[in-house]
Design a protein around this ligand. Structure first.
Ligand SMILES: [Zn+2]
Length: 250
């Protein structure tokens, strides 16, 4: 049975049998990996506290070709989030980011870019006090763009002209932005210039840079985020964010 090792982020875990847990990791080298941690529920488990959400760990596992679940051998803690874990909005945001990653990243399909992005967002959320709405927006937009669900919002989806300097732009049901000339007579959702700048910034800036830049734009961040959440719910056929979390957001 081949053995694999990778730096990883723990995304979530749930109970399997009496003493075992299933743990979902985002590994740097192998993408999303689900594994069984035997005995993890026991008081004196060899995994200790390494399986807490968003712990940064060195993971060792065995994988049989025909099995979706890998066998977790060893988990060594690089960095825990334990010190930040008392803030409910922080925990809700990380749980939401984990759900987005699990929903949009195919299993065993590595993306070093998304891994580094996730790690940087977690670090930035923990070390400073960024607006966590910006963290959510960052992932919503990236997951949609990487999955090919969201077209380029810098050009009109109909005539192709550059929207950078155009004021009246609206969102078509197919998620394209279109200029006023191409707009049908029915009323569409208008998307302001500030909102489009955020869209651009998410894709051009590193997580810490974006979190700093979006700090003063809370209202626009929440508005664009709610549009993206609607698109995500359409794609997945369900809402990822729970009402209790929305209550924290608003
Ligand atoms: Zn147009």
């Amino acid at each position: 049975m081949p053995q694999f090792e990778s730096e990883s982020l723990v995304l979530k875990s749930y109970n399997l049998a009496e003493a075992d847990r299933i743990v979902v990791f985002f590994t740097r080298d192998h993408g999303i990996v689900r594994g069984v941690a035997k005995g993890a529920k026991r008081l004196k488990s060899r995994f200790g506290s390494t399986l807490e959400p968003f712990s940064n760990v060195e993971l060792t596992y065995f994988q049989k070709d025909d099995r979706e679940l890998v066998s977790i051998q060893h988990v060594e803690l690089n960095r825990s989030l334990f010190d930040s874990a008392s803030d409910p909005e922080f925990l809700n945001t990380l749980a939401y980011v984990a759900d987005l990653l699990i929903a949009f990243m195919p299993p065993h399909d590595p993306s070093e870019k998304v891994y580094r992005m996730t790690k940087a967002c977690v670090e930035a959320s923990r070390d400073g006090t960024p607006d966590l709405a910006s963290v959510r927006l960052y992932f919503e937009l990236w997951m949609l763009r990487l999955g090919g669900y969201l077209p380029d919002w810098s050009l009109c989806g109909e005539c192709g002209r550059d929207l950078a300097t155009i004021e009246n732009v609206s969102l078509r049901p197919d998620h394209h932005l279109i200029c006023a000339n191409c707009s049908p007579p029915v009323r569409l959702t208008p998307i302001g210039r500030g909102h489009r700048r955020l869209f651009h910034d998410v894709q051009k800036l590193s997580p810490p840079e974006f979190l700093r830049a979006a700090g003063d734009e809370r209202e626009a961040v929440l508005e664009i985020s709610s549009i993206l959440r609607r698109i995500i719910a359409q794609i997945l056929g369900r809402d990822l964010i729970k009402p209790i979390e929305l209550a924290v957001v608003s």
